[in-house]
Design a protein around this ligand. Structure first.
Ligand code: ZN
Length: 303
């Protein structure tokens, strides 16, 4: 989907609503309250009314668009900007491109991310690479001793990637055995062929009874071939470098509180990068996700 295509296909509120209606209720409109399909349209009010319980609702009621004051055409363009930016896009850039306020752009992007986060995530299988990286803190001009001393102040991101398959990123507490084991258990299939990691000792126990291969990064080994099989973590590392370019180049400063949301955005887009329906698929997630209020977003995390 390109900007000219969106401009011609979804140029009016009515056309946007028509698409959202198809995505939300592929089998026909259903009452949000009593699930009845005896629903009729009130076109002048852009609403539906249920014949059974008389409840009135619109195509965006109780979705990520809930209570929005922005035109749907603007939402559609924001979605295109987000899904087409391989390394992400800053709220400032969205603000400038769409001519909206920074606060509106920021909230808008976070709502799109929240919908992305709700996407179904199948268990990873086959050959799976796993690695960890550190995000944040002072980067420029830092000496290696400073980096080492301050590593605990950085945020840990654990990455798991199925070769020729999907990618997952997690904002983790730490990279200790128990944490690594938890992510493997929750996201890697029980009958995975092999898990490839570097030689960080924590992985030894974390992988449990799964077949495990390691590359010895300490000895500067990056690829080892056994028969035709490449023992390497290069594919997860290339995903990390995309993430870091996104954080440095587009998002500039990502707070620890919102890091998970950016990770969800990055992996959602990455896992669908070859799909021609990426734009429409994102809208489908938005119209089937629960609302997120500005208060929800700005509330302090209690956990
Ligand atoms: Zn009803």
């Amino acid at each position: 989907m390109t900007l000219p295509e969106i401009n011609s296909l979804y140029s009016t509120d009515e056309r946007c609503r028509e698409l959202l209606k198809k995505l939300r209720w592929p089998l026909g409109v259903e009452c949000l309250r009593c699930k009845s399909n005896k629903v009729y349209e009130l076109p002048t009010q852009k609403k539906f009314e249920c014949s059974e319980c008389k409840y009135q609702f619109s195509v965006i009621t109780q979705t990520i668009f809930n209570d929005t004051h922005l035109p749907l055409e603007t939402w559609f363009m924001a979605v295109l900007l987000l899904v087409e930016a391989r390394k992400g896009i800053s709220a400032n850039q969205v603000k400038r491109t769409l001519g909206i306020s920074y606060k509106t752009a920021w909230y808008l992007c976070h709502r799109i991310r929240k919908a992305m986060a709700g996407a179904h995530k199948p268990m990873l299988d086959g050959t799976v690479e796993m690695d960890e990286t550190y995000i944040g803190g002072k980067q420029r001009g830092a000496t290696s001793a400073w980096r080492k001393a301050n590593q605990h102040k950085k945020e840990v991101v654990i990455g798991i990637r199925q070769r020729n398959g999907e990618l997952r990123f997690f904002h983790a507490e730490d990279a200790k055995t128990g944490t690594l084991a938890k992510y493997i258990q929750e996201h890697v299939s029980a009958d995975v062929d092999v898990i490839v990691t570097d030689d960080l000792p924590a992985y030894q126990k974390a992988v449990g009874t799964h077949k495990h291969e390691t590359v010895n990064h300490t000895a500067k080994e990056y690829v080892r071939k056994v028969d035709d099989f490449c023992i390497t973590t290069n594919t997860i590392e290339s995903a990390f470098s995309l993430l870091k370019r996104g954080i440095i180049g587009s998002w500039h400063k990502v707070s620890a509180k919102h890091l998970s949301a950016y990770l969800e955005e990055m992996t959602f887009r990455f896992n669908r990068r070859k799909r021609p329906d990426l734009f429409v698929d994102t809208l489908r997630h938005m119209v089937t996700a629960d609302p997120m209020t500005f208060e929800d977003l700005t509330a302090e995390k209690t956990a």
